[in-house]
Design a protein around this ligand. Sequence first.
Ligand code: SAM
Length: 250
Amino acid sequence: MNNKLLSTSEVCNKYNISQELLYEFKEEGLIYFPTKNIQQYLWDKKTLNKLSNILKKNTKNYKATTINNRRYLGNKYKLLPFIKEIVEKHCKNINIVADIFSGTGAVSSAFTDKVLITNDNMYSNYICHLAWFGTEKADINKIKKFIVDYNNTNPQNDNYMSINFSNTEFNKDVCKKIGFIREDIETKFNSKIINERERAVLITSLLYAMDKIANTCGHYDAYRKNGELNKKLELSVPLISNNLNKKNKN
Ligand SMILES: C[S@@+](CC[C@H](N)C(=O)[O-])C[C@H]1O[C@@H](n2cnc3c(N)ncnc32)[C@H](O)[C@@H]1O
């Protein structure tokens, strides 16, 4: 190997891994990301050797996901360096960030060192905000276990989702699975097996998995006629934090 520094996407291509897996190793304290060069991390030989050793021991049976891993019209994730630069220049010493049309919450995700106020009148977005920025403690191990179970399940019975939406954005089998998982999350919540934040994290995981395979161009009330409906639904574990500011409001 020569001493050229690799970007994060080059590292992912080299080892055939997702960026989310790298972030998960970071969250678990297994690896420290190298110094950031304005907009991207640059990986040196020593850090790559460490990563290579971690990957040899990695036995994870699930994938992980970060906040930006979705299709959403008007998502500002790619503008974050610009937004951060403007805020640093013109809004010195601020303690609170109110992201009033938060959408995915991507803008808020750049300010997790502040008190965050997120707001969106779409309920599915509110649920994602609760998952990414909520203050209630979520048991990550419990969430991982349920997500692995959901990925392995193969429900046969019809439900609200399969009866009403088969062969639109998803095929009938995928609809059965989505409907089953959504109902099961509610059952677990009503039986107090999971708390409100854990419910939000599981629903977020389901929403992101649906988003990945949906037969749409981004407008969810419209699906593509004769589009491909053969993709498999696979839930990933949202890499949430339990160390956010306790004054956050969603
Ligand atoms: C362009 S998106 C915001 C994108 C966001 N900054 C991001 O990076 O994902 C605009 C959002 O405003 C929300 N919205 C529209 N009208 C609203 C209202 N009256 N009150 C709250 N949210 C609203 C929509 O649901 C949508 O998610």
